[in-house]
Write a new protein. Structure first.
Length: 300
């Protein structure tokens, strides 16, 4: 395991840029930050989630995104399976406690219907180009010895890799058809390997007014933010989670052969409360039963 990591500011700069800081796209985080400021609380990004497609031709999946973060010292911690949704996921952790966790998932395309497999393979393989190059990974591994300009260039390229659609703009008809079988798959066709959500850790608030997920969710709802109706995990659970609705953003799709902007669900803002286990340590993993319901937040 690579314990000697680059300076804290470097990977934090990457994860901060990936967690959509453009408030115009995920405006609910503005409301959350105002609530935190009004309560004189603090907050910490618990984890960032990324999505992908598991395909053989062309070869892609969790590893496509994970390699970028592994070059910065992240390592796989636990694996999860969501059989009813044909999804797998790996949670990645960095040795440095200030770094947010990563939750990278993939759609097991081979488990879909013949129609679903054909739609994904056709849309995702058209002009597919992996932008994760060996030169980029090498540059990320050597960030701690690079010049300031070299660091900025490597981080900018890494962010662009995650944000860029790696295949041709999909057809709206294909996206809508696939959505009927797997809204997750439709989301990835539209947004690629982009950020799906980012998460505030309730435990970091450290003030009585926001010291539980119930209080924080209620504060967001009172401020007009549409919230998930239920909190995942009963009181006393090691992990409890909820989220805002996913914001819809204009996405480029082909409509009647012409490229147009179509509103489609993008990212949501999640809340996570992590409590002590029997041995007194804080639970840092995830529960498949909770995550499976949160996947549905991006349903159209």
């Amino acid at each position: 395991m690579r314990i000697s990591a680059p300076p804290v500011a470097i990977p934090l700069a990457l994860t901060s840029a990936l967690a959509p800081s453009d408030r115009a796209r995920v405006s609910y985080v503005n409301v959350y930050e105002e609530i935190v400021a009004n309560h004189k609380a603090t907050f910490f990004n618990d984890h960032i989630a990324l999505r992908s497609l598991a395909l053989q031709e062309p070869c892609m999946g969790i590893f496509s995104s994970a390699r970028v973060f592994e070059a910065l010292g992240y390592r796989a911690a636990e694996c999860y399976s969501f059989e009813d949704k044909h999804l797998g996921a790996i949670y990645y952790q960095h040795p440095h406690p200030q770094f947010p966790k990563l939750f990278i998932s993939e759609l097991r395309v081979s488990e879909l219907s013949a129609t679903g497999r054909e739609l994904v393979a056709s849309a995702a393989s058209e002009q597919y180009q992996s932008r994760v190059t060996g030169d980029l990974l090498s540059a990320l591994r050597q960030l701690d010895t690079a010049s300031t300009g070299g660091q900025e260039a490597a981080l900018e390229e890494a962010v662009d890799v995650m944000h860029a659609l790696p295949w041709k703009v999909p057809r709206l008809a294909d996206v809508e058809t696939l959505h009927q079988e797997t809204q997750y798959g439709a989301w990835v066709l539209v947004h690629g390997n982009n950020v799906n959500h980012f998460t505030a850790l309730i435990n970091s608030h450290q003030v009585a007014g926001l010291d539980s997920i119930d209080k924080t969710a209620a504060a967001l709802a009172a401020a007009g933010v549409p919230m998930k109706p239920h909190i995942e995990g009963a009181e006393g659970s090691y992990l409890r989670q909820t989220a805002t609705a996913a914001v819809k953003t204009p996405a480029r799709m082909l409509v009647d052969g012409k490229e147009r902007e179509v509103e489609w669900p993008y990212a949501y803002f999640e809340l996570a409360q992590r409590d002590a286990q029997r041995d007194g340590s804080r639970y840092e993993g995830f529960f498949s039963s909770q995550a499976t319901n949160l996947f549905e937040m991006t349903k159209q």
